[in-house]
Write a protein that binds this ligand. Structure first.
Ligand code: ZN
Length: 361
């Protein structure tokens, strides 16, 4: 399948823009749906230009993941009010109620919720029904116009097939599209009656809706210190204090907290790395770390109810380095040293990873 030409890429972006500027949004489902398609294109797709099948259950699972964070009751900076933000101009969105219920039952722990397979499946089933009823067949309709450029509007069935080139474009423009989605989603939540009273003027809504769950990172610290023998992941020197838990693939590049993405570093090294991708020698060490501590990592994540999926982590990491190479981006070496990305990362994914045991899901 041919990759989309530059003209087709622009056309794709123009249509995405039209969805935002002309589409009608009552609930925030369409934003969640677009985000799910973009994320699943990264996690399941590739750069071949091929079509990509996505089940509605996979989309439903993504919905639960996004709304899980957002159903944390918002503590209002004005007044004493604490409540779950509204995600619909009318009654509260159904998915919010479903997710908020589960969130309460598991005291906020998404991974614990996932462990109760029966209830987790039933939650997915119920969200799946909403996905099929509400946004899935409506996303690509603007007024009277059918603009089905992402997938065929079949209006039935348990899966969609992204048209040829769509997953490619979602991967290529992931951060741009994510910014569009988050900006529009945020404005929509602000505009919903009832929310302004809770939000006040100054609330950092973006961090609340889409930020990292900072408190959950703390749990990685002592374990990472142990498997790294007390050394910094990047400079290999001893960490005197407690160290910083660092997102190996920076949060701004891909905001998913999967267990394998964390390493321990000096606060200084962490600050110097900022939002850069780590240079290839660090990537190699990441592969080695995951290989060497394969069982220990799994065991720890399971014990502490941390979400992980080695295969997704590999896919996301590979995608992030592909993006960097396409953009001729600089990667971070150490201290203030950065350099243009080379091609060794590709070798690591094609050869280095062959020897690595795969997550047996
Ligand atoms: Zn260091």
């Amino acid at each position: 399948m041919p990759r989309p030409s530059p003209e087709e890429q622009i056309e794709f972006l123009v249509k995405i823009q039209r969805l935002f500027s002309e589409g009608s949004f009552v609930a925030t489902y369409k934003f969640a749906l677009l985000q799910a398609l973009a994320d699943l294109s990264v996690e399941k797709g590739d750069y071949s230009g091929d079509t990509l099948r996505i089940s509605t259950r996979e989309i439903a699972e993504k919905f639960i993941q996004y709304y899980w964070r957002q159903t944390l009751p918002f503590v209002s900076p004005v007044g004493q009010e604490t409540s779950v933000l509204r995600q619909n101009t009318g009654r509260q969105a159904a998915v919010i109620n479903l997710v908020a219920g589960s969130r309460q039952e598991y005291d906020g722990s998404l991974s614990r919720a996932k462990q109760n397979h029966r209830k987790w499946n039933s939650l997915i089933n119920r969200v799946d029904i909403v996905v099929k009823e509400m946004p899935l067949w409506k996303l690509q309709t603007i007024g009277q116009e059918e603009l089905a450029f992402l997938y065929e509007n079949k209006r039935e069935g348990n899966e969609i097939k992204l048209y040829s080139g769509v997953a490619y474009n979602f991967r290529l423009f992931h951060s741009l599209i994510q910014d569009l989605i988050q900006g529009a989603w945020l404005r929509h939540v602000r505009s919903i009656r009832g929310n302004e009273r809770i939000l006040g003027e100054s609330a950092d809504l973006r961090e609340f809706l889409f930020g990292s769950e900072r408190e959950s990172l703390y749990i990685y610290r002592s374990f990472l210190k142990e498997i790294q023998s007390g050394d910094c992941f990047y400079c290999n020197k001893q960490i005197p204090g407690s160290g910083d838990v660092d997102h190996f693939i920076p949060w701004v590049k891909y905001p998913v907290d999967l267990g394998h993405n964390f390493v321990l570093a000096h606060p200084k090294c962490n600050n110097k790395k900022r939002d850069y991708l780590a240079a290839e020698q660090h990537l190699e060490n990441w592969f080695k770390r995951n290989d060497l501590h394969f069982s220990a990592l799994r065991q720890y994540f399971d014990e502490k109810n941390l979400i992980y999926d080695m295969e997704s982590s590999r896919q996301i990491t590979c995608w992030a380095y592909e993006q960097a190479e396409n953009a001729k981006a600089h990667v971070w070496v150490l201290n203030d040293e950065t350099r243009e990305i080379g091609s060794y990362w590709k070798y690591l994914f094609t050869n280095g990873s062959e020897q690595l045991p795969r997550a047996a899901e």
